[in-house]
Design a protein around this ligand. Structure first.
Ligand SMILES: Nc1nc2c(c(=O)[nH]1)N[C@H]1C(S)=C(S)[C@@H](COP(=O)(O)O)O[C@H]1N2
Ligand SMILES: [Mo]
Length: 321
């Protein structure tokens, strides 16, 4: 990468958006113009959102002391909420205004597939059945930028208790909403919409796996995947699908958005590993968002103690792409 000592705003679009270079590129200038009228700043958008959110009183949630700050400072909120990957709203980083067009209430989640009984549950009803906590976690994009965010959410294992999967289920598929009326990126037909991600049942039961509904002590902003997203902090960021409205328990490994887009570049497991380069760039170090600081990449993004055992006896699997 040639971007090491340049701030975000100085990046040419070509080096700032490498994740999708496997595909045709085309920018969507103008995608954010209508939505820009709805909100003049992230803070303003967030205040309006809280007014319409019946679960807003759940924030800030109590910090889980097992996940208090690590070895690096929390990324500035304004940086983390204005530099995002959310291809539904454009294949570049400045999508936060465009994302304000997403309607996040009412929001229902369909839980189906290999479960005792399929259900459709409103996100606010789901939040009544779980307990929210805050965790300050490292987050690492495959594009070699990183951040530290105080997320609010609940363990994915609690979702399993609500879903009641049958013993045949081996994987969970998570689908992002699909609505070309609000998400102009979904009109780019060469992408395999909807955005799909997935985990194994064992991964979902690991205490590190979360469902996230808030950040920085507030409900999650739309550009970060409101009202509910995945958070798998030991994996590259693309595994943590946003704005989820369908959860399917199944026997076969889900075909994810990025596997469908570029199977030679993206895999199912995608665990962070400094020693395994991406075909187009090194993973040895990472740039802390909002700074010029480079840090050495950590195996499993520093969470090896918690998750490495998940991947024992998996010879032959590509665990790090
Ligand atoms: N639905 C959806 N989820 C997504 C993406 C996306 O484009 N669409 N991008 C992924 C990628 S590549 C990253 S790095 C993270 C970025 O999360 P953030 O914008 O909250 O930092 O979201 C992931 N989840
Ligand atoms: Mo990413």
């Amino acid at each position: 990468m040639n971007i090491i000592h340049r701030p975000d705003w100085a990046l040419p679009e070509s080096s700032a958006t490498p994740e999708h270079v496997v595909l045709n590129r085309r920018s969507f200038m103008g995608a954010g113009i209508g939505a820009g009228l709805l909100a003049s700043s992230p803070a303003h958008a967030q205040r309006a959102e809280q007014a319409a959110d019946p679960s807003a009183g759940l924030y800030p949630a109590q910090l889980n002391p097992a996940f208090r700050e690590v070895d690096r400072p929390v990324t500035t909120e304004n940086v983390a909420t204005t530099y995002n990957n959310f291809y539904e709203f454009g294949s570049h980083k400045q999508i936060w205004r465009a994302a304000q067009a997403l309607r996040i209430r009412p929001w229902e989640i369909r839980i189906e597939g290999m479960v005792e009984r399929p259900i459709t549950i409103a996100v606010d009803d789901l939040l009544k059945r779980v307990s929210l906590e805050e965790r300050v976690l490292r987050f690492r994009c495959v594009e070699a930028w990183a951040m530290v965010v105080p997320w609010t959410g609940f363990p994915m294992a609690e979702l399993l208790k609500i879903a009641n999967p049958t013993s045949n289920a081996r994987y969970i598929r998570f689908d992002t909403f699909q609505d070309t009326a609000v998400a102009p990126g979904q009109r780019q037909f060469w992408y395999p919409w909807p955005y799909v991600e997935g985990v194994s049942m064992a991964e979902a039961q690991n205490p590190m796996a979360m469902m996230v509904t808030g950040a920085y002590g507030k409900p999650l902003p739309r550009q970060m995947g409101a009202p509910i997203r995945m958070m798998l902090p030991w994996k590259y960021g693309f595994k943590s699908g946003k704005s989820i409205n369908r959860i399917t328990f199944q026997a076969e490994r889900p075909k994810t958005f990025w596997i469908a887009s570029g199977p030679t570049e993206y895999g199912f497991w995608a665990n962070v590993n400094p020693a395994v380069p991406h075909p187009r760039w090194s993973q040895a170090s990472e740039r802390m968002l909002g700074t010029d600081e480079q840090r050495p990449t950590l195996l499993y993004n520093g969470y090896a103690e918690q998750v490495a055992s998940l991947y024992q006896n998996m010879a032959g699997e590509k665990l790090y792409m």
